[in-house]
Design a binder for this molecule. Structure first.
Ligand code: ATR
Length: 288
């Protein structure tokens, strides 16, 4: 019996159900963002945050869709598991080997997409007016977050991407995986001497523990920008580093968070919410 048959046999809520799974999930802003989107676009839906560990992922996902769930977001540490669980994948999810958005299809199968990269690119190019074309871009970190953003960045035709990582081999392996897309190199932080970048993206998880990758003072080109994929109510160590090194903009990932959510909402509902007012609202609530 497929998921849809089981849904038909079980209690069906009259309101479409969506959720974000992850661990930890208590402080997730996603329920608030999606309820603001629903209000703005006059869509009837429910969106809940659910604490789900890697161990309980399979059961939780089966239960969610059996009980009438229409779509799911997955966050840390579940994106790779969601990628494995999806029956079909978007091209960007195939590249990123991670899924943050699952959709129940009419035939009962699960389609997996990754909206993180397009969320970042939209925030950079549209919201902040930072074009990526012909830019020299440095990505710090070679984990799942980096993997999710490389393909959408390369689609903007930068001059080149350098991936720098503490564990050098991981940066080199990642650069080889994406080599077909253009000029991408992997290296260690100490190999960056003498190089300069117009955009530095922090995709390490260092900010989460209040740390900063080892960066030399000359890395950022004049008028260059810094962007931390993490967000926090206080400026992250990397955002502070950008400010201290005269970045023309030094931003955190709140805008990316809202934009990746907007893309997921569009995939689920076919309606694209306007994000600017919502980003402004969430920005104004920082520190509350
Ligand atoms: P995510 O899915 O958030 O990317 P991940 O796959 O565990 O998480 O990757 C975390 C990344 O942050 C890695 O590139 C990691 O470097 P290593 O591969 O050398 O472990 C990087 N990282 C974490 N803490 C760091 C720190 N304090 N300084 C520099 N890099 C750090």
């Amino acid at each position: 019996m497929g998921i849809l048959d089981e849904q038909a046999n079980s209690f069906m809520s009259t309101i479409d159900q969506y959720a974000v799974f992850g661990s930890p999930i208590k402080h997730s802003k996603s329920p608030r963002i999606h309820s603001l989107f629903a209000q703005q676009t006059q869509q009837q839906l429910s969106y809940q945050a659910q604490q789900v560990s890697a161990e309980s992922f399979d059961t939780a996902i089966t239960d969610f869709f059996k009980q009438g769930g229409k779509g799911l977001n997955c966050t840390v540490p579940l994106k790779e598991l969601a990628w494995k669980r999806a029956d079909t994948l978007s091209t960007r999810a195939q590249f990123s080997k991670a899924v943050n958005t699952l959709v129940l299809q009419a035939n009962g199968t699960l389609f997996g997409d990754n909206t993180d990269g397009i969320g970042l690119v939209t925030d950079l190019t549209i919201n902040h007016g930072i074009p990526l074309k012909n830019k020299r871009i440095l990505i710090l970190g070679a984990g799942g977050a980096s993997r999710g953003i490389i393909e959408p960045i390369m689609a903007e035709k930068p001059n080149h991407i350098v991936i720098a990582n503490r564990t050098v081999e991981k940066a080199i392996t990642l650069s080889h995986e994406f080599a077909q897309l253009g000029n991408i190199k992997g290296c260690g932080f100490s190999d960056l001497k003498d190089q300069q970048f117009e955009l530095i993206l922090n995709a390490t998880s260092a900010s989460l523990t209040g740390e900063l990758p080892p960066l030399t003072d000359t890395l950022l080109a004049e008028n260059g920008c810094c962007y931390d994929l993490a967000y926090s109510n206080q400026a992250t160590p990397f955002v502070l580093w950008g400010q201290a090194h005269a970045a023309s903009k030094s931003l955190d990932g709140l805008g990316m968070l809202v934009e990746q959510a907007a893309e997921a909402f569009y995939i689920w509902r076919g309606v694209r919410p306007k994000t600017s007012d919502i980003i402004e609202l969430l920005n104004s609530e920082r520190g509350d």
